[in-house]
Design a protein around this ligand. Structure first.
Ligand code: ADP
Length: 243
């Protein structure tokens, strides 16, 4: 379903990703953990080509892209196969919740406004925001804004949703409602890659956990193994610091 091979990325002289290989199966939920600065967000942004990798191949479904040969058209085609949920929500502040969700349907999916409106309403109801269709982001809590962000990502019907620390900007009391929505859509079999600091959440929602440090994947495995019996010393140290 998704295959990353030999992904490298540098910012100036700093190599942030040092050859990442990762496979994600259809319907799999993969959580990426690791210390701050280890390259997690950069990796996610490379999958969506918000950052162009220096080297490596990204395959989503039957669309493959070699970073050294990527043309504009290929990048566009690859981008449409994933959707990103951002730390800071990134909603249009001058559009209502419904308009934010409709935007991609009208612009990317070329749906009629009527159709987009129907679909947008259904998606916002799904994330528990049926009563907030016409609210502007400034009138919504962080948790509600993030749920709009999730509805917007779902609207694009991507092959994979990429979550970049979706709860890290939220007040603690709002984290639960967002995790509950993610948990619910994970159960529907949508493929997801989630960068998160929420260990409990990673443990119960992910099929596989990937531990990154200093631009490499140190270790990966089912949550029970990675949390309960990590193989690598670096993973052990990281987990120990959290408890
Ligand atoms: P993580 O998500 O694991 O915290 P990041 O992928 O955000 O790590 O960052 C990895 C490293 O890359 C950090 O040292 C960060 O400062 C650097 N970095 C990330 N984005 C940029 C950028 N746009 N320009 C320069 N350096 C960057």
């Amino acid at each position: 379903m998704i295959r990353l091979s030999g992904i490298r990325k540098s910012f100036g002289r700093q190599e942030v990703l040092k050859g990442i290989d990762l496979h994600v199966g259809k319907g799999e939920v993969v959580a990426i953990l690791g210390p701050s600065g280890s390259g997690k967000t950069t990796l996610l942004r490379c999958i969506n080509y918000l950052e162009k990798p220096g080297e490596g191949e990204i395959r989503i479904g039957d669309q493959a892209l070699d970073a050294r040969r990527a043309g504009k058209k290929d990048v566009h085609a690859l981008r449409r196969r994933s959707a990103m949920v951002f730390q800071q929500y990134n909603l249009f502040s001058h559009k209502t919740a419904l308009e934010n969700v409709m935007e991609g349907l009208v612009v990317v999916k070329k749906m009629s406004k009527d159709e987009a409106r129907k679909r947008g309403i259904a998606l916002l109801e799904k994330v528990g925001l049926g009563a907030k269709l016409d609210a502007y982001p400034s009138r919504l809590s962080g948790g509600q804004q993030q749920r709009v962000g999730i509805a917007r990502a779902l609207a694009l019907e991507p092959e994979v949703i990429l979550f970049d620390e979706p709860t890290s900007a939220l007040d603690p009391e709002l984290v639960g409602e967002v995790l509950a929505v993610i948990r619910r859509i994970a159960k529907e079999g949508i493929t997801m890659i989630i960068v998160t600091h929420e260990m409990g959440f990673a443990q119960d929602v992910a099929n596989r956990v990937v531990f990154m440090d200093e631009g490499v994947i140190v270790e990966e495995g089912p949550p029970a193994q990675l949390f309960g019996n990590p193989k690598e010393e670096r993973t052990r140290q990281f987990l120990k610091r959290l408890t």
